[in-house]
Design a protein around this ligand. Structure first.
Ligand code: GLU
Length: 442
């Protein structure tokens, strides 16, 4: 049987590092087993789902190199869900309920006040045909719950080991809302059957869903799926990650010009028993993947670590590796330029700030004219190299008696027009003697 995994995001927001980690694990599991990886868009909730987000999820996956063998939208399968629902109806495994949200809420409050389990009391099972008719005459539409028969569900979780869940501690799940929309618990089970998913790998926030879905899949078919629940990633603060947290969305990393390999390297190792390190390429990540190294305790996302990985990639790029990207920034950037500045860059595109400093033709107004004149009086002759700056500034120091900030800051301001920036030792080589003499206005 072909190993088949799936990533099933709801297109209700931008996906973040935690979501994409689940995708990556599923993708890696399929790849190492020569299997199939499916992208399923869980969009049955028309109110909350947006095509824009589904497109962005695909873009994020493409950008990272996580390719899928098949994709489909749940919203294209309502007729299939109808048939499966009929199957459950025919076998007496669903029942109509008429409680309003407020009534259910009141029940829960009462249960909690009396210290009872907050589980649906199945009172709808006792409704007579006449009572149901009366409700419908009042204009109420039924929602449908799945009748769970077993007391317990057990499975061997690939990551958490033996799991045993008491189904009587869970409410019979609603499969179809009063407006007729089928819900996730149901549609996911149907799709996992129809697409012959062999391995469901997802966050451990889904553990009790799994118990319910095993029961449901068994009611429809035969559940042969192997489940694995990984711990969720947390923010550095220990808080839950949220789709609303734009700063950790994959889109935001793309917009910050982060390298995909930095993200993949981090996600392949965070929350595992392996140390976090930069991988050479995606193939190395596939080759090294072992699902059993994934930890059951949550990993925390340290953005500093991601930045460090990214920096390492950028600094390892030769001019040839990035020449097209550099040409997009400024076509005057040549090999010498790239090699001089790359050590100071956090991202490839940050090269722009250097290009702006080096290539602009503006005259720079100088405040401390006398000092700069003295400095220029001892400007070294060509050719310049990486020692020039030190030689030159020690001469200026001797001549003027200045040192530290007093010495360096006015020089930086006079030659670059900025108070901060890349190392002067490299910058002056890129500027060159003539440009420095021409740009200072004294
Ligand atoms: N749409 C669900 C989610 O994003 C899918 C969970 C699953 O993998 O079954 O949580």
């Amino acid at each position: 049987m072909t190993v088949t995994t799936r990533f099933a995001p709801s297109p209700t927001g931008l996906i973040h590092l935690g979501n994409i980690r689940t995708a990556l694990i599923n993708w890696l599991f399929a790849r190492v087993n020569n299997g199939k990886f499916i992208l399923r868009i869980d969009d049955t909730d028309a109110e909350r789902s947006r095509q824009e987000y589904a497109d962005k999820i695909k873009h994020d996956l493409d950008w990272l190199g996580i390719n899928y063998d098949e994709t489909f939208d749940q919203s294209s399968r309502f007729d299939v869900y109808d048939k499966r629902f009929q199957q459950l109806k025919d076998s007496g495994r669903v029942y109509a309920c008429y409680e309003t949200a407020e009534e259910l809420d009141r029940k829960r409050k009462l249960q909690s006040a009396t210290g009872g389990k907050q589980v649906y009391d199945r009172s709808a099972l006792k409704l007579s045909d006449q009572q149901k008719k009366d409700f419908e005459a009042e204009g109420r539409k039924p929602h449908w719950r799945f009748l769970m028969n077993s007391e317990r569900v057990e499975w061997d979780d690939l990551l958490k080991g033996k799991i045993s869940i008491d189904l009587t501690s869970l409410s019979d799940p609603v499969l179809i809302r009063a407006d007729g929309v089928p819900l996730y618990t149901f549609t996911s089970a149907v799709d996992d059957i129809d697409y012959k998913v062999t391995n469901v790998i997802r966050g451990d926030d889904h553990t009790s869903n799994t118990a319910v879905q095993i029961e449901l899949i068994n009611a429809l078919d035969n559940c042969n799926i192997t489940f694995a629940h990984h711990a969720l990633l947390q923010a550095a603060s220990g808080d839950k990650l949220s789709k609303r947290d734009g700063v950790i969305s994959i889109e935001s990393f793309r917009e910050q010009n982060m390298e995909p390999l930095a993200i993949l390297s981090l996600l392949a190792t965070i929350g595992t028993s392996n140390s976090i390190e930069l991988k050479d390429n995606i193939q190395q990540i596939i080759d090294e993947f072992r699902i059993e190294t994934i930890s059951t305790s949550p990993g925390r996302i340290e953005t500093d670590l991601l930045n460090a990985l990214n920096k390492k990639i950028v600094q390892g790029f030769s001019f040839n590796d990035v020449k097209d990207r550099l040409a997009n920034v400024d076509d005057r950037i040549d090999e010498l330029f790239w090699d001089s500045v790359k050590g100071n860059l956090a991202t490839v595109e940050d090269v722009k700030s250097w290009a702006d400093i080096v290539f602009n033709e503006d005259k720079i107004e100088v405040e401390d004219k006398e000092f700069i004149q003295q400095a220029l009086s001892v400007i070294p002759p060509d050719p310049w190299d990486e020692n020039t700056w030190e030689l030159w500034t020690s001469e200026i120091k001797q001549l003027t008696g200045r040192k530290g900030k007093e010495l360096f800051l006015p020089l930086r301001e006079a030659f670059t027009g900025m108070k901060h920036g890349p190392e002067m030792k490299q910058l002056i080589q890129l500027l060159g003697r003539e440009k420095i003499l021409n740009r200072v206005n004294i």
